[in-house]
Design a protein around this ligand. Structure first.
Ligand SMILES: [Mn+2]
Length: 499
């Protein structure tokens, strides 16, 4: 409802004459008479809202999109709607700053959904030419109320009507708001509650709504899996773009940035953008788990770890990691580490099947990691594999893989983060869940416990995996993973050029 305020620069204000106002308001072709056609996603969001409606019978639910955030002065960051809002409304990409979705309880049961937003202003308004944030001259024509109603299949209203709707019978109707989406809407809901005489804290009730909207996204329907497939396909192209440009990245210096840029090019061209900041980590940088500075050179003979994913307009994102030999060929020590990680990933993948628990995937992968570390003599003297895997007293192996093996994947790269432990880590895998399987081994250049030839090698292999009725499907399985396949892939792509 309320984007961050931009400071006004007085020296940039221009006098506006009555003559100019009249002149700028006229002489334009009539606007399109047909509203935006109904979108495919309108059919997908209706059952989502019905399920939420059934859980929160008789309650008023408020799900804000969030507002624009100032980057500096009068420049904002590109807008990204809150995921709960996008999932329930069907609006993705950069839509619709300051909008609020309200599920209003009906007397006869169920809810009516209304999207409150800032519709297109008429041409005789000040906004039309003067408002650099919302005005048609500055950001293009925004949708009208009729556009939104037609496109999304819900009722739409001007955002200015929101407060009255929230205040209506607020004392009798339980109100819940997704609190972290828009501070101003949360404050408005709290104010309405106070005016209605609700004195006890409603934070827990609000959090239960947020948790429900997060947990409900865990099992993907066919349409959602289709969006993830698109995201993975675009990500595959992005990786091939990176491989094709690797020699150029080496030649130019600061090659990690070149790789980030090339992947970003594919992400913006084929999708909405990157689903998270790309990790482009060459040599020892691969041992910094979230290396997103990407300032380094890429040197022949090193590995480069690229952890990147394209997000499509619906906001579903891929999350894939490949660790590539810059020269096109793994050295013997690189291959040794790589094949250990690959074996761990295979063990993790094999554990992705209905009936297994989410945490079983990590357990399977980390055991293989521990076995290799033990076999290489890296664990402290006398420590067995079973001893290091002991959660209470061991865990030595975690020095070289400190992260988990999996997370749910969807509209958020780390999806369903508000789910309870029993619904996430401890939950059984069921068909439709999508998770990553991403073990790694990280031998820092200054790790004195590691033999010389392994120092500075960091490897992670990450795929996006759909749980099916009889096991799993690796959605990113078309992207080569074995040593031989990766080497062949690189040679092929560099021979052929950019996809
Ligand atoms: Mn991941």
């Amino acid at each position: 409802m309320t984007s961050e305020e931009q400071p006004k620069a007085e020296h940039r204000s221009r006098p506006t004459s009555a003559e100019f106002r009249d002149f700028v308001a006229t002489g334009w072709s009539p606007r399109a008479s047909e509203p935006t056609p109904r979108s495919e996603v309108a059919d997908v969001t209706a059952p989502r809202r019905e399920a939420v409606s059934a859980e929160f019978t008789g309650e008023r639910l408020v799900i804000p999109a969030g507002g624009l955030k100032v980057r500096s002065n009068d420049c904002d960051y590109v807008f990204r709607p809150h995921t709960a809002f996008a999932w329930l409304s069907g609006l993705g990409a950069d839509r619709e700053p300051d909008a609020v979705l309200v599920l209003d309880p009906l007397a006869e049961g169920g809810h009516e959904t209304t999207l409150f937003f800032r519709p297109l202003a008429p041409r005789d308004s000040e906004e039309f030419f003067a408002d650099s944030r919302y005005g048609e001259f500055w950001v293009g024509a925004r949708p009208t109320i009729a556009d939104v109603e037609s496109e999304l299949g819900v009722r739409a209203r001007h955002i200015d009507e929101l407060k009255d709707v929230l205040a209506k019978d607020a004392g009798q109707v339980q109100l819940r708001v997704v609190r972290d989406a828009d501070a101003a809407v949360t404050a408005l809901v709290d104010e309405v509650r106070q005016e209605a005489g609700v004195t006890e804290s409603q934070t827990e009730a609000d959090e239960a709504l947020s948790r429900s909207l997060s947990t409900r996204r865990m099992v993907k329907d066919d349409w959602e899996v289709g969006e993830l497939r698109k995201a993975v396909a675009a990500t595959h192209h992005g990786f091939e773009g990176v491989i094709a440009d690797l020699p150029e990245a080496v030649r130019r210096g600061r090659g990690e940035r070149w790789v980030e840029g090339v992947f970003g090019l594919y992400a913006r061209h084929e999708g909405n953008g990157v689903g998270y900041d790309s990790i482009c980590a060459s040599g020892d940088h691969a041992n910094t788990l979230h290396w997103i500075k990407n300032t380094g050179d890429i040197r022949d003979g090193d590995l480069i770890l690229v952890d990147a994913g394209v997000e499509v307009d619906s906001l579903f994102t891929a999350d894939v990691t490949r660790t590539l030999p810059v020269s096109g060929r793994f050295s013997e020590p690189q291959r040794r580490v790589y094949e250990a990680v690959l074996a761990a990933q295979e063990a993790g993948l094999a554990a992705v099947k209905p009936g297994n628990r989410f945490k079983d995937v990590h357990a399977a992968a980390i055991r293989v990691i521990a076995e290799h570390l033990h076999g290489w003599g890296l664990l402290p003297d006398g420590v067995t594999v079973e001893q290091t895997l002991d959660a209470e007293h061991g865990q030595y192996h975690r020095r070289w893989m400190v992260h988990g093996t999996s997370h749910h994947l969807g509209m958020d790269v780390h999806d369903c983060q508000l789910a309870l432990r029993e619904d996430y880590m401890d939950a059984e895998l069921v068909p439709g869940m999508v998770l990553t399987v991403e073990p790694g081994l990280y031998f820092k250049a200054d790790d004195e416990l590691v033999p010389d030839d392994l120092r500075g090698i960091g490897v992670r292999i990450e795929d996006d995996v759909l749980v099916t009725r009889d096991g799993h499907e690796n959605l990113s399985g078309d992207m080569p993973r074995t040593v031989e396949d990766v080497e062949r892939w690189m040679a092929h792509v560099q021979e052929r050029g950019r996809p």
